[in-house]
Write a protein that binds this ligand. Sequence first.
Ligand SMILES: Nc1ncnc2c1ncn2[C@@H]1O[C@H](COP(=O)(O)OP(=O)(O)OP(=O)(O)O)[C@@H](O)[C@H]1O
Ligand SMILES: [Mg+2]
Length: 792
Amino acid sequence: MSYVDAGWLPPQSESEQGSDAEDQGHVDGLPNYGDVHFWTEVYTQQRGREMAPKEWLLSYSHFVAQGWLRFFPSKAARILDLGCGDSEFMSEAYDDGYEDITGVDIVPAVLDTMKQLNASRRPGIKYELADARELSLFPDGSFDVVFDKSTLDALKCAGQDATSQMSSEIHRILSSDGVYLCVSLNTPEEAQPAIEHTAHEDRGWDVQVLVCENGETAVKIASTFSWQDVSMTVQKGKKQEKQILSNISGSLSSGKVCALMGPSGAGKTSLLNVLAARIRTRGTTEVTGNITLDGQPITGSSLRKRIAYVMQQDILVPTQTVRESLWFSANLRLPKSYSMKDKKELVEKMLVDLGLVKCADTYIGDEMIRGVSGGEKKRTCVGIELIMKPKLIFLDEPTSGLDSYAAHNVILKLEELASKEGCNVLCTIHQPSSEVFHLFNKVMLLRSGKLFFFGGVSGLSGQLHAVNKGCPNEFNLADHVMFLLQTEAEAELDSMQAKMIMETPAAGASPDVPHDKSVMTKTMEGATAGFLTQLMALTKRAPAHIEGYNLLSDCGLRSFSGGGEAQNLWRDKPGLIASIIIPVILNVFFAAIFYQVGDITLDTYDPRSHFGGMTQVAIGGMFGAAQPLLLKFPLDRGIFLREYATSTYGSAAYFLSKTMVELPQSFLNAVITWTAAYFLMGLRGQFMIYVLVFWVTGVAAASTAVLVGCLAANAEVAQQAAPAVFVPQLLFAGFFITTEQIPAWLRWASYLCALKYGMNLNILNEFGCILGLAEQYVLLENKNNARSYITL
Ligand SMILES: Nc1ncnc2c1ncn2[C@@H]1O[C@H](COP(=O)(O)OP(=O)(O)OP(=O)(O)O)[C@@H](O)[C@H]1O
Ligand SMILES: [Mg+2]
């Protein structure tokens, strides 16, 4: 028996039900799906049971067959089945390994039925009595997925306030990147306003619409990224301006891969940077134009976070292996709902997809470490971004340096990702082979910062023929166009452009879903087929003010996970060996010169030499700690900026993770230094106090060096600026001149010198314990410094 025969009709939109139904949505002759009494009757009375089907719209197996399981982020995902009724959907999902499931319904009887049914077989499924409009029993962010099979449709019958309250509650209980899966019979135009209507100003969703009809999947995604009249100018000199981009408009629709081509210097990278909000508009650079995602203007960090950007240069950590580079990205960037196992599986799949299995455990390498090939490096850069399954992917020449087969594989992977996941891909490319070029759906051609052509790749050849510049059969179309752009006169190109028909960029969201209502009344074949079943996957947008960083976990992962700071430090063997051997050699050398200088029983004893020995070790420690870190940030800057721009972690996590790894290393360094110097010099202070003072002053010097490195434009500037910061510390620390003798207006600077504090502590440690020598210390004219420290 079909449901149509039984008199059952699906809940339909308000517009279909006529204007008189707008308030309460009820239509004569149809049940009131927004009324709890209707559902109580459905679940408690035999006659009622015939009024609604047992399995609404979509079974679990059908859901899986559509490939929609990808919206359940992991087996550990916290799933809420909103308006669960007696559907077996989640029972089957539970059997499939999704164990954190909660069912909610408004009818107690149906919950009792489900509890009894699943008590022994599926004890993990929780059932709660609640109205979808009022879910206060769940705290904010309690779920990764809210699954709604036509509950929204039913509540639409209770009016707009009802759906607004429901969607507001869904938004609240979802985690920051949670997904609301809305299986609905309504068209996107009907369903979306119901979901988005809210008084809550931070609300926002990334919407995908997927249609399932008679078991066949048509993936249609209502995500459109477009830009209008984008221009960029840079100031050259006082009055001169250079126009880099002029009034470029275009759009990307989901599931499509667009090639951005043009001669070198045409402005491809500049356009990508502008579209990805990676250009600083302060100062000499001015950018104008509108960028919209699904019709909504989008700028700054909210735009940056949505885009995976593979840069033209390969910026990777040389001491990570390929697998670790992917793992590092997956670990820090995938939502917390992904378990370790899920992340590992994703990494392994990406390695296979990008043909990186053979070199998975090879170091990335650099000039000193023999590493992977250029093509493998490039594919690793692509994998690092794709592992996030981003919706917007920009790639700047991802195929340069690859042979045509490897290039084909990379673009094919992008094409697959676009069509399966509905991503928008924009990719600059030089010299694509014919096979590669025809994998692109669209092409945007630039010349001297201006748009020459935007449209389908398949139509380009015909367009060129129409202006008598057709590509000869044996030529590669992409090469042919590039030749034309660089050999034809400007006037000729202008006239060609005027005759060619360009695609008009889409202005906003235009979900490409058939809206023919007749589809909805097709004859049914089986329980779920026949009606146009539609899944809207709405990913919660993080409010703009929440950065989404978790300082402690990011810091921990950055420091100690595979491919993290600690491992990189360990792998950098030359650096590690130098950090141990150099202090040993240096301090043994100092100790040989100052041999037994602290032995007051010797005839040759001189307190100035005694003090000099300690000073020498402290100065050596300060420079030794500062030097390696001075260049650390300038050398890491590219990697930091790439990872920071993609919100892999925040700057605080970067700094803390570096410090966490540096601290034990500098402690070891302090122990080595004083083990080498202390006994040979015959010092008498407490060994551990020397070590601790050396450690702390070393950390202060290292932090100052990091600051200099961050402020400097590059490594060379950092090197040159360092003496200006460290040498004055010697003067203000009281070795060469007493603090009192320094002009009063400069004296305050001594309080900024970490070395001064370190030396004062060393003096107290050494001389304070030698009876009688405290007075000789007056000779050193350093008494005031030390005393003032005691009084602190
Ligand atoms: N900040 C800037 N200041 C001055 N000129 C700039 C700036 N940014 C870009 N340009 C210039 O704009 C032009 C376009 O540069 P862009 O890097 O976008 O070219 P491209 O098409 O990516 O070239 P290629 O194919 O060689 O990578 C170049 O002439 C470049 O020198
Ligand atoms: Mg470029």
